[in-house]
Every structure is written in structure tokens, then in C-alpha cells.
Design a protein around this ligand. Structure first.
Ligand SMILES: [Zn+2]
Length: 127
């Protein structure tokens, strides 16, 4: 249950629920500061700590690059029989198999499709 209006604990103004960011950790389901106060504080913090922002941005970039390189390692690599056997095991989820093989979920999905349509792949998987 969310109240229709709420008073901001920073500026004290009473505003409609849509004037607050959602927050699942709060009983009301809303942040205690209104959007304007929250946005102002967030932007002020970013201006006061530019190095913090750069560090987060760089960390996110490096994480995404590392994931991308890890995925690319197996890109275009032939699928082996044992790998295809795993792919053919429908009791396991695609993301589970992808992480076990170091392949992408999309690649596993494609191989499952090939197993259904390409008899040569199916033979390699032993089915
Ligand atoms: Zn406010």
C-alpha cells in the first residue's frame, strides 16, 4: 500500500507519490526525499566528487570489457561433442550451461537450435 501523498523529509513539502523515487526497502515503497531533493543532492555530490564519478565509470567500463574479452575467447571456436552433449541436456538451463562452458547464453541457444535442425550436430552430441 502506498500513500497518495507524502511529505518530503528534506524540504517538508507534501507531494503526490509520483514525486518520489520508488524504494522497495522502505515501508511506504518510496524514498524519503522527493525527486527534486534527491536529484539535487545526487547532482551536487557528483559535482563535489568528480573523481568518484570517474572511478565508477572506469570500473564499470573495465568490468564490461573484461566480460566481453572472456566471451570473445570462445567466439568462433568449434563446439566439441561433450560440449554439445551438455547443450542437449534440457534439464539444465541455458545460462547454467553457458557459464559452465564459458560460452554466451545466445551461443548455447543457437547450438540448441542447430541440434534440432542439423543431423550432423545431433550425431556429435550423441543423440
Ligand atoms: Zn523535497
Amino acid at each position: 500500500m502506498t500513500a497518495k501523498t507524502k511529505a518530503c523529509s528534506k524540504c517538508g513539502e507534501t507531494k503526490p507519490a509520483s514525486g518520489f523515487h520508488p524504494d522497495k526497502t522502505k515501508k511506504s515503497g518510496l524514498r524519503s526525499w522527493c525527486r527534486e531533493c534527491q536529484n539535487g543532492a545526487t547532482s551536487a555530490y557528483g559535482k563535489a566528487h568528480p573523481e568518484d564519478n570517474n572511478r565508477r565509470t572506469r570500473a564499470a567500463f573495465e568490468r564490461s570489457q573484461a566480460e566481453s574479452i572472456a566471451r570473445a575467447a570462445n567466439n568462433g571456436k568449434e563446439w566439441t561433442g561433450p560440449e554439445l552433449e551438455l547443450v542437449a541436456d534440457l534439464s539444465r538451463s541455458q545460462s547454467d550451461i553457458a557459464s559452465a562452458l564459458g560460452r554466451t547464453v545466445a551461443a548455447v541457444k543457437n547450438q540448441r537450435r542447430y541440434l534440432r535442425t542439423d543431423p550432423r550436430k545431433a550425431r556429435m552430441a550423441g543423440i
